[in-house]
Ligand binder design. Structure first.
Ligand code: FAD
Ligand code: NAG
Ligand code: NAG
Ligand code: NAG
Ligand code: NAG
Ligand code: NAG
Ligand code: NAG
Length: 509
């Protein structure tokens, strides 16, 4: 963390002198907040309560911080804020999955990460099913921000796996809220954006552990753009596409359950780890792609080739798995983690920007064709657009799940049919380490966002969009959802101590 303007402001009050930036997982140069006065490593729920109470006395803003796995400077407001890190508030309690039961529950503190709970549950023959995000992310941060995996058949919003929440409100009191769709408090808390308070504990639904297969096919672009997209995704426990726009191909990935005794394989997935040779080669090529379309074309060719093979190792001896389908335990196959001898890509200075919007799945073909038309319009000008991300453009899906601010809610005033679920367009792109850090053909990206937001009833992911994109998308949200959310917010946090840029953009203050 750097101290901003500490010399220039030396004569001003202490809280100004000490304002510093806080960074996302991407580190320096990638602020999530601009005006932090202090960061606390809380050690327990009671500790969080006492830090919140002292911040209230000091008239300071407060936000929780999980694992920093967000992309933009939208975590806090721009006013002086105290951050409370939850990483060390990570107890797991009251595991219950009686023998023979089809479901049970467990209570986690807000700072528990997916891999921590997965290991704990696997040792006890259980899993959280499909309500997942990536490995080094906290449950508190995921539930707060409406994070999700990809499925039309099964619930895959992390919040959909929550049965009850304990939230530390704006007065420092702990409020317990049980799942109850007839209660506006629950419908607001389910995707709260951290605006009701700090999620201290979550009671989660769990299931007996299962083995899964993972399989992947390569499809021609036209087979998806003109195909039965719903039919390619809905049959599976979880499924998604990765789009390679220069290659005009899609990878179609899908997963489902197999009998646990049907295979000895223990596949372990990796989406983000690289060897240092791969990391340096990718950075060199992608940096030159800031100026040269041919570098981006070569990069997409290489990434596509690598991504066609299973990105799995055998967990027991870390050897590569060469053939689809791959089999293994639920969490290892769906998420996995880092290979023992590798680092995540951001540790090699490979960073991305992204954009994620959700559309009614009934408009899936129309939306993807619109994006293709925008790519082709660039091509007509002689500009080749590509995916500059190692796994292509991520196309995910979501089963409908009702709350006020979730990406897959339904029954909204836009009149769109969200009842079949949503398709998410998640377009990560390489941010060059050189020059002004602007991407190849930078103006294309805001134009793409604006076109989609203006032409479709789409909704933003709450941590994968810039302030500008959030501002543009606010008009697509249901005013009655905003109003009912705000009423609950005013009740939980009357003085707005948990305010964030996202909440401000939505008009909740
Ligand atoms: C590599 C990577 C992969 C990802 N994969 C997915 C994915 O598959 N699907 C998906 O939907 N998202 C994904 N994300 C986004 C991620 O799930 C969200 O950004 C999530 O909010 C990050 O949680 P965190 O614990 O890192 O929290 P942070 O990044 O620290 O915080 C995120 C926001 O949540 C708030 N917050 C954190 N903890 C709490 C709490 N206990 N109570 C209240 N508010 C809180 C913070 O104030 C902040 O506004 C991914 C991100 C990365 C970097
Ligand atoms: C909080 O924990 C982080 C990560 O372990 C560490 O880098 C930081 O120095 C700690 N801060 C304080 C004030 O102890
Ligand atoms: C998870 O994130 C923390 C930061 O909160 C970091 O210290 C740790 O190294 C990460 N673990 C992995 C496996 O990436
Ligand atoms: C931080 O917020 C305070 C108000 O809380 C404001 O006066 C100050 O200008 C802000 N500083 C920065 C660096 O934004
Ligand atoms: C665990 O269960 C006991 C008994 O029902 C309850 O009193 C306690 O509050 C629970 N613990 C947590 C952290 O939810
Ligand atoms: C790794 O383990 C798998 C599964 O047990 C086995 O088939 C394979 O031969 C092992 N490879 C090595 C190099 O030990
Ligand atoms: C849908 O909205 C209508 C009108 O606001 C309401 O009466 C109905 O209960 C809602 N249905 C669900 C499932 O929320």
């Amino acid at each position: 963390m750097v101290r901003l303007r500490s010399v220039a402001l030396a004569a001003l009050p202490i809280f100004l002198c000490d304002a510093f930036e806080y960074y996302t997982f991407d580190g320096p140069g990638f602020p999530s907040c601009h005006n932090i006065s202090k960061v606390y490593n809380a050690t327990s729920v009671d500790d969080i309560v006492s830090i919140v109470k002292s911040a209230i006395k000091a008239d300071s803003q407060v936000r929780a911080s999980g694992k920093g796995h967000m992309w933009y400077d939208t975590q806090c407001s721009d006013d002086s804020t105290v951050l409370i890190r939850t990483e060390d508030v990570n107890g797991i309690y009251n595991f219950s999955l009686p023998k023979g039961a089809t479901e049970g529950s467990v209570v986690v503190d807000g700072g528990v990460s997916f891999f921590q709970l997965a290991e704990y549950l696997h040792e006890r023959g259980a899993s959280v099913g499909y309500t997942l995000t990536n490995w080094n992310i906290s449950f508190g941060g995921s539930v707060a921000m409406g994070a999700h995996r990809s499925s039309l058949r099964e619930h895959s919003m992390v919040a959909a796996g929550a049965l009850a929440l304990d939230i530390i409100d704006g007065q420092g009191n702990i409020r317990h809220i049980e799942r109850d769709n007839s209660n506006d408090e629950w419908l607001a808390a389910s995707t709260s954006l951290g605006l009701l308070g700090i999620i201290a504990r979550i009671r989660l639904q769990i299931y007996p552990d299962t083995k899964l297969y993972a399989k992947q096919d390569t499809l021609d672009e036209s087979a998806v753009l003109n195909g039965d997209i719903y039919g390619l995704i809905a049959p599976y426990a979880t499924a998604n596409f990765w789009w390679w726009p220069y290659k005009r191909k899609f990878h179609h990935r899908y997963y489902d359950v197999v009998p646990a005794d049907s295979t000895p394989q223990q596949g372990f997935q990796n989406t983000f780890s690289l060897t240092s040779i791969e990391g340096i080669a990718a950075r060199t090529l992608l940096d030159s792609g800031k100026y040269l379309a041919t570098s981006n074309m070569l990069a997409e060719e290489i990434f596509f080739g690598l991504w066609s093979k299973p990105n799995f190792h055998e967990k027991t001896n870390n050897t590569e798995i060469a053939e689809w389908p791959v089999y293994g335990w639920n969490y290892d196959v769906l998420i996995g983690g880092l290979y023992p001898d590798q680092l995540p890509e951001w540790d090699y200075d490979l960073h991305g920007l992204t954009l994620e919007l959700a559309f009614p799945v009934t408009m899936a073909n129309q939306m993807l064709k619109r994006v293709r038309k925008l790519f082709d319009a660039e091509l007509a000008k002689g500009i080749v657009m590509t995916s500059t991300y190692r796994s292509g453009i991520n196309i995910k899906f979501g089963k409908p799940y009702y709350d006020f601010l979730g990406q897959v809610t339904y029954n909204t005033s836009d009149g769109a049919d969200w009842s079949k679920g949503a398709i998410m367009f998640d377009f990560p792109s390489y941010r060059p380490t050189i020059g002004d850090h602007k991407r190849f053909n930078e103006p294309f990206y805001p134009k793409l966002a604006k076109t989609l937001i203006d032409e479709f009833p789409c909704r933003p992911h709450w941590t994968k969009n810039s302030r500008e994109v959030l501002k543009m998308s606010a008009k697509n949200l249901d005013p009655s959802h905003i109003r009912r959310f705000k009423a609950v917010r005013q009740q939980f946090d009357p003085n707005g101590i948990y305010r964030s840029v996202v909440g401000e953009i939505l008009g909740l203050y």
